[in-house]
Design a protein around this ligand. Sequence first.
Ligand SMILES: C[S@@+](CC[C@H](N)C(=O)[O-])C[C@H]1O[C@@H](n2cnc3c(N)ncnc32)[C@H](O)[C@@H]1O
Length: 403
Amino acid sequence: MQDSIELILKQKIGLDPNSVGSRIIARALEQRQAACHLADQAEYLKLVKSSPQELNQLIEAVVVPETWFFRDQGAFEVLRNDAQQNHQTQIRILSVPCSTGEEPYSIAMTLLEVGLTPNQFQIDAVDISEHALAKAKKAIYRQHSFRGKSMPNLERYFQQIGDRYQVLPEVRRSVNFIQGNILEPHFLNAKQYHVIFCRNLLIYLDHSARQRTLDILDQALLPMGLLFLGSVETPQLTNRAYQLVEHSAAFAFRKQELKKAPSIESKLAPKKQATSVQSPHLSPLAPQTFLAESTLIPLETAQDLADRGQLVPAAELCESYIRTHPSQASAYLLLGKIYQGLNQMKQAEQSFHKAIYLNPENYEALIYLALLKEQQGNQIEANRLRKRAQRLIPSSSQSGNLL
Ligand SMILES: C[S@@+](CC[C@H](N)C(=O)[O-])C[C@H]1O[C@@H](n2cnc3c(N)ncnc32)[C@H](O)[C@@H]1O
């Protein structure tokens, strides 16, 4: 019975059951069956097939709404640099999936910060989850949505309400939330965008849904527009006419004007490397707003360097930190990601293993290692790691309940 449900989810939202794990789907099924007061799964299957509302409820129960403000800082630096050079009268941006809103609001804050006025840009933010969108529209967040990063200009864009923070109306007004399924893109009304953020969705989709999503995004992106993907999703663009944006984080791609643009395969090779550790204070790319530079500790500095594409000094800093803190799982996780960026897959694998050995509940390390195994063609090991990671996700996150 679960196979039939998984097939429905695959057809509707492109979900690869291995990406969330069969156990999560089984739990979602049990929850929905109980909520509908149905005696067995066969009855529930009938209901899901006949009721679009119930299918939506099931989708709510399986999607992963994990997100936070300024996730992968490098993307926002690229956006900022691009906006500064952009001469459009109005920049159109699509954030899909936007989940609970942290991503599109981070985009808006980045553009306001470079001096654009709200009428100089327009952000459409799309997600399939009504639940996530309801939270996005309320725009009230707990500390968790900042993932421990201090935001010096917090008061410029947020109003504090007790222990929560609400995004100010000026920022909220610039984001237009839309409920939609990326695989059924009629909600876009054939609109085209200068910038598209599509991060941390492809990893949950099966192969054909990934390709279809990329085709849809390709149609929605203007020539020379920018496409942002998640850090482990970039190989999906191979053989498409996109170029990695130079001197930046590795996950932004410029759509080429000509059909016969060079493949990005060569661009996915290790990035240009700096030879020394630069102080974040001196770098011209230093984010002016959301980095608490004076309080940066070595790992944060290493992360920051890595976000700027300075992978060799980032690795050096990480390694020297590990020499004095040999049992810190997060340091190995970061080092693994940096090695991955440097295309040193063996070292990346060892680092992820070490991170998991030190902290068997390190969700991110499990997912990174799973993706790496997948790339190596070891699907069995990848599935095992993904299942292990999924067992760590609290049921509240699975149902979109972040706040
Ligand atoms: C992990 S969040 C990513 C949010 C944000 N882009 C980020 O990187 O932080 C994944 C989101 O994808 C949404 N989603 C899953 N399948 C979708 C689909 N077919 N169309 C639109 N949104 C979808 C989920 O509802 C969830 O909110």
